[in-house]
Design a protein around this ligand. Structure first.
Ligand code: HEC
Length: 252
């Protein structure tokens, strides 16, 4: 009976008010999780899909960045390219590749003046980033290095604190279920391993983009293990007893 919580307490035998409390909590956490997934979809998945990226490419873009392209090059290759001739594009690329220096800026300034500032200037009334002088153009030639360390540190510690508390509480309920000791131990530990894998991979992806896979796997594993805990606990509280009673009824 070592490690078996059935011997002292089980979900099925809890008093009704406790079951009601646990169930309301688990359902609310479940709904919260679904809304978190929706938020992730709207903030990360959908905008990247509009840029023609898959979930994996979007994850890489978020954490690793797009180091081959600066924002300027990306736009010139993309939607802003329609305002430029191929020769003008080459001029801009050459300037960026040679370090986007102030000395060389006069060579490309006429291109921006001719093709861009009718929209990209404070007077255009379009509220777009201005491209009228060196400092303004320079700003869009910084490399996209993905999420900053500052942002990662903020989002990571909030998630680690918050999510581990959620898994502590869902786990405490789940350990009272009728599952066997070892299996139960695994199911309560997996979400913690998954969150460490997910968040740890955010940081590693910043250096090695291939770890975008473990970001996604960690996230999926976390959702899956939360779902298992919630469904199994609810099943044990409300349906298991009846199933058992039904069995006993058949026996006698
Ligand atoms: C007809 C108006 C118009 C012209 C001309 C134009 N742009 Fe734009 N530009 C926009 C609009 C609208 C956006 C924002 C929407 C988008 O991102 O597509 C934008 C966005 C950008 C961005 C992204 C800004 C950001 O915040 O990331 C860059 C860089 C850019 N343009 C560069 C250029 C360059 C270089 C030229 C000249 C070759 C140019 N644009 C010409 C309308 C214009």
């Amino acid at each position: 009976m070592n490690g078996d919580t059935r011997s002292f307490l089980s979900l099925a035998s809890l008093p009704l008010p406790v079951k009601a409390l646990f169930s309301a909590y688990l359902l609310t956490i479940g709904i919260g999780y679904l809304i978190a997934v929706l938020y992730l979809f709207l903030i990360d998945v959908e905008p990247h899909r509009e840029m023609g990226m898959s979930v994996l490419q979007g994850t890489i873009h978020k954490y690793y960045g797009r180091r081959r392209d600066t924002r300027l090059e990306g736009m010139v290759r993309g939607s802003m390219g329609t305002y430029l001739t191929p020769a003008e594009k080459e001029q801009i690329f050459a300037w960026v590749e040679s370090g986007a220096t102030a000395e060389d800026f006069p060579k490309v300034k006429p291109v921006f003046d001719r093709d861009c500032i009718k929209c990209h200037s404070p007077t255009s009334g379009l509220n777009l980033i201005p491209l009228t002088k060196f400092e303004e153009v320079k700003r869009v030639t910084r490399k996209d290095l993905g999420e900053s360390v500052k942002t990662l540190a903020r989002v990571s510690h909030v998630h680690l604190f918050g999510i581990s508390l959620i898994f502590l509480t869902t786990g405490l309920i789940f350990v009272l279920s009728s599952l066997r000791g070892l299996l139960k131990s695994i199911v309560v530990v997996i979400p913690f391993a998954a969150i460490l894998m997910d968040i740890g991979s955010w940081w590693i992806t910043k250096i090695k983009p291939v770890y975008a896979y473990t970001v996604i796997i960690g996230g999926a594993l976390m959702g899956l293990s939360l779902a298992v805990q919630i469904f199994f606990s609810l099943y044990d509280m409300w349906l298991k007893k009846r199933a058992l009673a039904g069995l006993k009824g058949n026996d006698t």
